[in-house]
Design a protein around this ligand. Structure first.
Ligand SMILES: [Zn+2]
Length: 548
């Protein structure tokens, strides 16, 4: 017996076998049960999700005569009567499928309309199915309109399209529209497990997870890929084989790269990229896998516990979610997503990949102090470098005064002994690398408001404004780092509100002071004064002076 491909063998033959489209199945089932039949249906959705399959089941439902030959219109076609078997076998004279991608001209539509004039040969209804209907020419559409509007009672139209935006509004308004949804990877995975069990093919669940993602919502593609995987794996579907076949990257590589990126660890990053090169793993697939992990981590941050517990990659996403701030996560996601087209622009795709992954290094982590970024020194004090001076042509008769940016007021603490101490402690922790990621951000953005010695151990009361930082696990991690440093036990409670004196506020005040000093030094520079006098209309461009 010849091998029948899985996509064909497991093509649903009834509404109950349809996977992943319950809303369409229910609506059509109800309409059939209640005999409320529309004369034209439009199925929209991406390729391979069941538009043609639903059309065939609908044609069977309309024409089924039942096992005993006495049946009428039904939502559960019998599958054994002449109409059902002929439609399943592609040889029912009253069911006509036209692929508008290759038959798009007015002549083909005219021929179809001529056939509409004759009553069904064997069935109750003629069903005309026009696939990829958006590809019909404008003339062909116009020729179809009249029949579509007032078809004979024995005629039903089914239009299918992957691109409803390109359909004429006059056609859309004459059809009952159903949007078929891309299938979730979990739905695909479940169905593949069912198919492989029925086929007696051994498989690893992780392999089906990879196939489910690669199918991009299309069950037909998923089944075709599974066919290939069985051939590759000599009758087994294993994760390693599937990954090899798809050129997809094990997400443990993605996790390792993400760790290097989030920790700004250049050495580890280069080593991992080199590992990918040695293993011949695709740079594009690497970025895709990284985007997948980042997306899951963002979901975990927004809705804790929403990820699939059975997915082994959930652990990676959770770890990332607890280590990286939400805004940083979005930044990384954007960088890896938009980095993909750049890979093709360079002859060495791994070189391009390295460049993309080094991009986050250019953005210091949120809340990072200047001392880990670069030293601050007003530019004008760096002799002999000239100040930033842009000479603009007249007519400005007098130099425009430089606008000073509003600067944050220096922080005030209710207990200045505490503010100093907290700032020194946090700076020490950050310099020593004892706190990282979100814990570092909590320390940096909070203020120590009070220490309550009446409890055991003493309670340090921290105030922080950002809600995402006010979590007990972060407080516990910070407390552990402080205990390590101070050698005495303590606990931390967090309260909401603007801290009276935080390291972040001190840093902002210091930055403003450096800016003011830099601007003053440029304004007082004799060379600048001379240049301004020499060139009437010349001005110092506001915002162009920056402390280094
Ligand atoms: Zn039947």
């Amino acid at each position: 017996m010849p091998y029948v491909v899985l996509a064909r063998k497991y093509r649903p033959r009834s509404f109950t076998e349809m996977v992943g489209q319950p809303h369409v199945v229910q609506a059509l089932g109800n309409a059939l049960e209640q005999q409320r039949l529309h004369h034209a249906y439009l199925f929209t959705g991406t390729r391979g999700i069941g538009k043609t399959t639903i059309s065939r089941i609908l044609a069977k439902s309309l024409n089924c005569t039942g096992a005993d030959g006495q049946g009428g219109i039904t939502a559960q076609p019998c599958g054994v009567c002449p109409a059902c078997t002929a439609i399943d076998a592609d040889r029912y004279v009253d069911y006509i499928e036209l692929d508008a991608a290759s038959n798009r001209s007015i002549d083909e539509i005219r021929e179809l309309i001529e056939r509409a004039a004759y009553k069904p040969s064997v069935g109750r209804f003629k069903v005309f199915m026009i696939d990829e209907a958006h590809q019909l020419t404008k003339d062909a559409f116009n020729a179809l309109l009249k029949t579509l509007e007032e078809p004979p009672e024995y005629l039903k139209f089914v239009l299918a399209t992957t691109d409803p935006e390109k359909m004429l509004p006059t056609v859309l308004s004459r059809c009952l529209q159903f949007n078929l949804r891309p299938m979730a990877p979990e739905t695909v995975q479940e169905h593949l497990a069912h198919v492989l069990q029925a086929e007696g093919v051994p498989f690893e669940p992780a392999a089906l997870r990879v196939l489910g993602r690669a199918a991009r919502g299309s069950m037909r593609d998923a089944l075709s890929l599974t066919d290939q995987a069985i051939a590759y794996g000599a009758g087994r579907v294993d994760e390693a084989v599937v990954r090899g076949m798809l050129g997809s990257v094990d997400r443990s590589h993605a996790a390792a790269l993400l760790e290097a990126v989030t920790q700004r660890d250049g050495v580890a990053l280069l080593a991992h990229v080199d590992g990918l090169r040695q293993a011949g793993l695709s740079a594009a697939a690497t970025l895709e896998a990284m985007a997948g992990v980042l997306q899951q981590a963002a979901v975990e941050q927004a809705v804790p516990g929403a990820l699939d517990e059975a997915d082994p990659e959930t652990v990676t996403a959770r770890t990332l979610a607890s280590q990286v701030a939400a805004d940083e996560l979005q930044l990384f996601y954007s960088i890896v997503l938009h980095g993909r087209p750049e890979l093709a622009l360079m002859s060495d795709e791994y070189g391009a990949l390295t460049m993309v992954l080094l991009r986050p290094f250019a953005f210091p982590p949120v809340g990072a102090p200047a001392l880990v970024a670069r030293p601050a020194r007003p530019q004008a004090l760096r002799a002999p470098a000239p100040p930033t001076l842009v000479v603009k042509p007249p007519p400005a008769a007098t130099p425009t005064p430089v606008a000073h940016a509003a600067e944050p007021a220096p922080p005030r603490s209710s207990d200045p002994a505490l503010g100093e101490r907290w700032n020194a402690l946090v700076t020490g922790l950050v310099q020593a690398g004892s706190v990282s990621a979100l814990t570092r951000e909590l320390a940096w953005q909070s203020g120590l408001e009070a220490i309550d010695h009446s409890s055991a151990p003493p309670t340090w009361r921290l105030r922080v404004e950002r809600e995402t930082l006010r979590t007990q696990p972060l407080a516990d991690r910070l407390a552990a780092a402080l205990v390590d440093t101070l050698g005495t036990p303590l606990q931390i409670t967090l309260e909401a509100g603007l801290p009276s004196d935080s390291p972040a506020q001190r840093e902002a005040a210091a930055r403003a002071r450096r800016q003011r000093e830099a601007e003053l030094s440029v304004h007082n520079d004799p060379l600048v004064s001379e240049l301004l006098a020499q060139f009437p209309g010349a001005q110092l461009v506001p915002g162009s002076i920056k402390p280094l």
